[in-house]
Design a protein around this ligand. Structure first.
Ligand code: JCF
Length: 673
């Protein structure tokens, strides 16, 4: 723009960028694309570089941070920053209103503003002639630290006021880190091997404590303003609610949840409504702030020591508490994963009593450096499982020893091994381990495996605990008397379970292989292996090379198969199952092409486009398949054409594979000569 003098172009760009910044960060309604904003900003930066005499600390270009400070300077607040009294119950809230009514000599309900109490850092912002001049932390309420350079980098804080601003204005509010930004920042920190922040409040505090404001500029901070400290030479709002509306017109961000409420009862309803939504809010709150709305009444009520009489904070149950870590124990999961769990002295946190917390893995144990006997900070936010966020190192007892992963499984005493270089440890006991055995048996009996109807999780746990079940083969030698001794097992349910066990003996190689619960051998892999090798013996004696030749089998699955079949206990269980009568039809590979679908049962339903159902039936049968009229758990697949009805529903319920006409054609094409 050579014809416009640089000075006026700079002024114009600054004003426009302030405006767009406000639209984007305060109102959340941008009206130009990001790229256009970036172009304007780059033009401004280049003009400012050519005209250093036009430097302005409040230029939109200064949001990126300024030179590093040696230390923060201490500043005195123009008007002291107050703290808030607390109430914890509805009764205390009612008593709060009553005290106010007595002081005011009136028994009519009081009008309050209600707002979420953000869990961040309280700050004061000072503006003169509409220009941002200073930001300070609350400090002790009289003096705080000058954090102007850091605050300038927070995009939702205006550097120039809009509208009809007063000559001098000091406002207060809470700087916080929204949850999404907090999670993203921590994830990034962990990727970089840096220490994550314990909670969003610490993250906000740590970000504002940076002497290098270019670092603060990288942090996702935000601010809601909640009151006026000082206002000179301009409008004088008459109430808290009006004051917030006015601050909004000046460009400040005001929490949209703020409402007026009349009387303690309405205040309490607001408290309950927000508590119910607490976990859905995009930021952390620790309660509700009630303020007498009318400024004249506030004036009459005045202050006690360092808190106003006209306001109070109604606290939610704390989401973090301290307690003693009694011990770190190890649990054995589904696949033998050995994970550390913290046993805690019971503590009321996040609205429930917590006595256990997850520690995830040994990396987490090492990162936190938790030791038995430590005092720890436990956090339970929302429905999230309780976490240990921090050890209170100052309270550590002498001689507290580091937690080591167990050398043997706490359940079965088999060796525990480390998984490669991961932080995961695993019990090598396999089906010998009671913890794994319960899981393995549940899987064995499940619908898509051996499909033993009525053999539920509770029953399996009971049978393992009673010593009735050590391995899957024990299922097939169970007697009526064994089961009658169990809880809630009458003769009818015993008979049902026994007949379901009996019926499960007739199965398919694919199902059997899947039921064995070999790590990472799911249904598809099991069926592919069955189809490719035809017999269990062929699979058991296959070497790595033969296994890797199978579609779907990579090095990890091949290794898992080899290890599984090399284990003597597993071999014994398989032998015992076969001796007990578990059987299936081997797939005759010699006949492949002739009888490639032998042992498979299909059901046809709905209308096929390219052929009649009868033609489809004949072609399937020609490949050795059975075609049946009804879907059962033994059905290999249901072939569903257009307008498929109840059979499709039944197949879905039973977990039977459903093929489309297209998939049927592909199947036929693969095997027909
Ligand atoms: O959100 C807050 N943490 C918050 C703190 C909100 C308020 O309206 C406050 C406050 C502390 C003092 N008001 C006062 C007077």
């Amino acid at each position: 723009m050579p014809d416009i003098p640089a000075a006026s172009r700079i002024a114009e760009l600054r004003e426009q960028l302030h405006q767009h910044n406000h639209l984007y960060y305060v109102l959340d309604t941008p009206d130009i694309p990001d790229a256009e904003y970036d172009r304007m900003l780059r033009e401004l930066q280049s003009l400012e570089a050519q005209h250093p005499e036009m430097f302005d600390p409040n230029s939109p270009s200064q949001r990126v941070g300024s030179p590093i400070l040696d230390k923060f300077t201490s500043v005195e607040h123009l008007v002291p920053m107050l703290s808030l009294d607390n109430v914890f119950t509805e009764d205390e809230l009612t008593a709060f209103e009553q005290r106010l009514q007595e002081r005011l000599g009136s028994d009519s309900p009081i009008v309050f503003t209600c707002e979420p109490k953000l869990d961040g850092i309280a700050v004061s912002l000072l503006y003169e002639q509409g220009n941002f001049v200073r930001a300070a932390t609350r400090g002790d309420g009289r003096r705080g630290e000058d954090i102007s350079a850091n605050v300038r980098t927070i995009a939702s804080i205006p550097l120039k006021l809009m509208g009809s601003y007063p000559q001098r204005l000091e406002i207060r509010g809470e700087i916080f880190m929204p949850l999404q930004g907090f999670y993203e920042f921590n994830a990034q920190a962990e990727r970089n091997g840096e220490k994550p922040f314990v909670n969003p409040r610490n993250a906000a505090a740590g970000s504002l404590r940076q002497l290098d404001s270019t670092l603060t500029a990288q942090r996702p901070l935000d601010m809601y303003c909640y009151s006026i400290g000082l206002i000179e030479g301009g409008e004088q709002p008459n109430s808290q609610f009006e004051a917030l509306a006015y601050l909004k017109t000046l460009g400040f961000k005001i929490n949209p949840e703020v409402v007026r409420a009349t009387g303690a009862e309405q205040c309490f309803a607001y408290y309950q409504a927000l508590q119910a939504r607490r976990d859905q809010l995009p930021y952390e709150i620790d309660g509700i702030v009630y303020k007498v709305d009318d400024f004249r009444l506030q004036q009459t009520l005045g202050f006690v020591s360092r808190a106003p009489r006209w306001a109070t904070a109604h606290k939610f149950p704390a989401q973090e508490e301290m307690t003693e870590l009694l011990a770190v124990e190890f649990q054995v999961g589904r696949t033998g994963a050995v994970t550390p769990v913290a046993r805690l002295a019971p503590v009321f946190v996040g609205g429930v009593t917590v006595s256990n917390a997850t520690l995830h893995n040994m990396d987490e144990v090492d990162r936190l450096d938790v030791r038995a006997g430590d005092t720890v900070v436990v956090r339970r936010a929302g429905d999230v499982i309780p976490q240990i966020v921090q050890v209170v190192k100052g309270k550590r007892k002498k001689g507290a020893r580091k937690v080591k992963p167990p050398a043997v499984c706490p359940v079965c005493e088999s060796a525990v091994v480390r998984e490669g270089d991961a932080a995961a440890y695993r019990c090598t006991g396999g089906l010998v381990c009671a913890a794994q055995r319960k899981q393995a048996l549940k899987h064995f009996a499940s619908r898509r495996a051996m499909d033993i109807d009525g053999l539920g999780d509770k029953l399996i746990e009971q049978m393992v605990d009673e010593g009735l079940l050590r391995s899957a083969s024990d299922l097939y030698t169970l007697q009526e008397a064994d089961l009658l001794n169990l809880d809630r097992m009458g003769s009818k349910s015993v008979a049902n379970v026994l007949s379901a066990i009996e019926a499960s003996k007739k199965t398919s190689l694919g199902r059997f292989l899947y039921a064995l619960g070999i790590r990472e051998v799911g249904e598809t892999t099991a069926n592919t292996l069955a189809a490719q090798f035809g017999t269990l013996d062929a699979i058991v004696s296959a070497d790595a090379e033969a296994l890797l030749a199978v579609d779907d089998v990579g090095p990890v699955v091949a290794q898992n198969l080899l290890e599984f079949f090399a284990n003597k206990d597993n071999a014994r269980v398989i032998q015992a199952l076969i001796e007990a009568g578990v059987h299936w039809q081997d797939i005759d590979l010699a006949d492949r092409g002739g009888q490639a679908l032998a042992g498979n049962t299909y059901v046809l339903t709905g209308t096929l486009e390219g052929m009649s159902r009868d033609q489809a039936k004949q072609r399937l049968q020609a490949l050795g398949a059975k075609v049946s009229g009804s879907v059962s758990s033994k059905t290999t697949a249901l072939i569903a054409g257009e307008k498929a009805g109840s059979k499709l529903g039944k197949a879905e319920k039973l977990g039977v594979t459903v093929l489309s006409e297209e998939q049927l054609l592909a199947l036929l094409a693969e095997y027909e000569g």
